[in-house]
Design a protein around this ligand. Structure first.
Ligand SMILES: Cc1cc2nc3c(=O)[nH]c(=O)nc-3n(C[C@H](O)[C@H](O)[C@H](O)COP(=O)(O)OP(=O)(O)OC[C@H]3O[C@@H](n4cnc5c(N)ncnc54)[C@H](O)[C@@H]3O)c2cc1C
Length: 415
């Protein structure tokens, strides 16, 4: 039987960052995943390190926007009708958390994590020899209507209060930054302090390699048999069981598969999302991710091509892909940027793991000594991965956490 100080379950960006931070503190750690590091949700995101995020994506308050979603006309969202009864309670909680006052509260509670997001990645990227994947060129959000731009007022006021710099631009100003964009929009906001990576998979792989260089062990295996044996956590592996004082569940959208049998049921919802890579036609190129806000997609330049990512789809995690949002958004995307042919036969699909209050869970599992949770990072798993790794490792090792972890405690769902 192998003994370790900690078993980290899930080698996405979150679990790999936790494992690396634990190894940096001298713990003997096994990082277990059924796939190689970074190949699930953390593979396919838009690569944005959104340290300047203020409000989370919210439930539509505009009845017309809601009607468009209901009629399956909205490019930004889709749903499976058969899944609605299952997701309805989560949607009601998400709607309640989308009230203006609650959004402001969320922005304040999340600020300490977001404020550290980029610096923590920069530190890990440097020690992993992976700084070449980082692009510190901000990101650009585009608004086609004056109404959509004016709806930003509260968010921009809060950005000022938080000391987050941004530049409000017209179409000409935005096209100075991104000359390949067509002037089909009226307004833009340039968030200059955001960063992005050119290959999210390669970043997780680099963190995993650094973890191994520090003596950590990456293992292929199934996390579901995790159980408590006396004072330890035990995971049965093909090579024999591993025992550890600590186990960390960092399984993103798959966390309930392990937690439910242990009696831990937190209100995790999923927002499925897709991406497809395209070549730009001619010399068309982008220097940073660009979001078309009213159409709910992002164009992110990656090593693989221009990655077009979609908004949310409410459907069972394991139901077959239904990438219908591409048909709805492609006319707008092609009008904005000259996309060539898709580079793969079919789009990639992943699931954003989301709690209804748009905050992750980072900290001890309720009622289970030595079990720790790090999941539910929603639209910001890449952004917050490195900061989460540090925060959880500090909590597990008894160090003073760099920020108050209370807003991210699982206990908030028991009150
Ligand atoms: C289209 C899209 C665009 C996005 N864009 C951004 C963005 O620009 N910026 C940003 O910050 N975030 C973005 N996100 C969100 C981000 O990708 C996720 O929040 C993040 O990847 C979650 O990471 P994770 O490590 O928690 O989960 P995962 O990457 O899913 O890791 C969980 C791991 O658990 C493993 N696993 C599952 N079940 C088992 C089992 N039974 N046994 C063993 N291993 C198991 C999986 O193989 C996987 O490797 C986007 C998401 C999507 C879908």
């Amino acid at each position: 039987m192998a003994r370790r100080d900690a078993i980290v379950l899930g080698a996405g960006i979150v679990g790999t960052s936790v494992a690396l931070h634990l190894a940096k503190r001298g713990l003997a750690v096994a990082l277990v995943d059924r796939r190689a590091p970074g190949e699930e949700t953390s593979y396919g995101n838009a690569g944005v390190i959104e340290g300047n995020t203020i409000f989370p994506p919210a439930f539509p308050s505009d009845p017309i926007a809601l009607l468009r979603v209901a009629l399956k006309r909205a490019p930004e969202a889709n749903y499976h009708l058969s899944f609605l009864p299952q997701v309805a309670p989560w949607l009601m909680q998400f709607r309640a958390a989308s009230r203006p006052q609650r959004l402001i509260e969320t922005a304040r509670l999340m600020r300490p994590l977001f404020a550290h997001a980029l610096a923590e990645h920069e530190a890990l990227l440097a020690e992993a020899g992976a700084t070449r994947f980082l692009r510190k060129q901000g990101w650009l959000k585009l608004y086609r209507s004056r109404r959509a731009f004016e709806a930003l007022k509260r968010e921009l006021a809060l950005a000022q209060e938080f000391g987050i710099p941004y530049r409000a631009l017209d179409a000409d100003g935005a096209r100075e930054l991104e000359p390949s964009l067509a002037p089909v929009f009226r307004h833009a906001v340039y968030w200059e302090r955001a960063a992005s990576v050119t290959n999210p998979l390669a970043v997780t792989q680099a963190y995993a390699a650094r973890f191994c260089a520090l003596g950590g062990v990456v293992m292929r295996g199934d996390a579901r048999p995790l159980r408590r044996v006396n004072a330890h956590w035990r995971l049965e592996m093909p090579e024999g069981p591993i025992d550890a004082d600590h186990a960390v569940v960092a399984l993103g959208p798959f966390a309930p598969d392990v937690l439910r049998p242990l009696g831990i049921a937190l209100p995790l919802g999923l927002k499925r999302g897709y991406h497809h890579h395209y070549r730009g036609t001619g010399n068309a190129a982008l220097s940073r991710p660009v979001v078309d806000i009213e159409n709910g997609y992002c164009l992110a330049p990656m090593e693989q091509g221009i990655r077009l990512t979609t908004g949310a789809e409410f459907a069972a995690r394991d139901a077959p892909p239904t990438p219908v949002q591409f048909e709805r958004l492609l006319p707008a995307a092609r009008g904005l940027f000259p996309l060539g042919t898709p580079l793969e036969a079919s789009p990639w699909m992943g699931s954003r793991p989301c709690f209804p209050d748009s905050r992750p869970v980072i900290g001890p599992a309720p009622g289970q000594r030595g079990l720790w949770l790090a999941y539910g990072h929603a639209h910001w798993g890449l952004t917050l991965g490195a900061a989460t790794g540090r925060l959880l490792a500090e909590m597990m090792s008894g160090a003073t956490p760099f920020c108050d972890p209370a807003p991210y405690a699982a206990e908030r769902f028991r009150r």
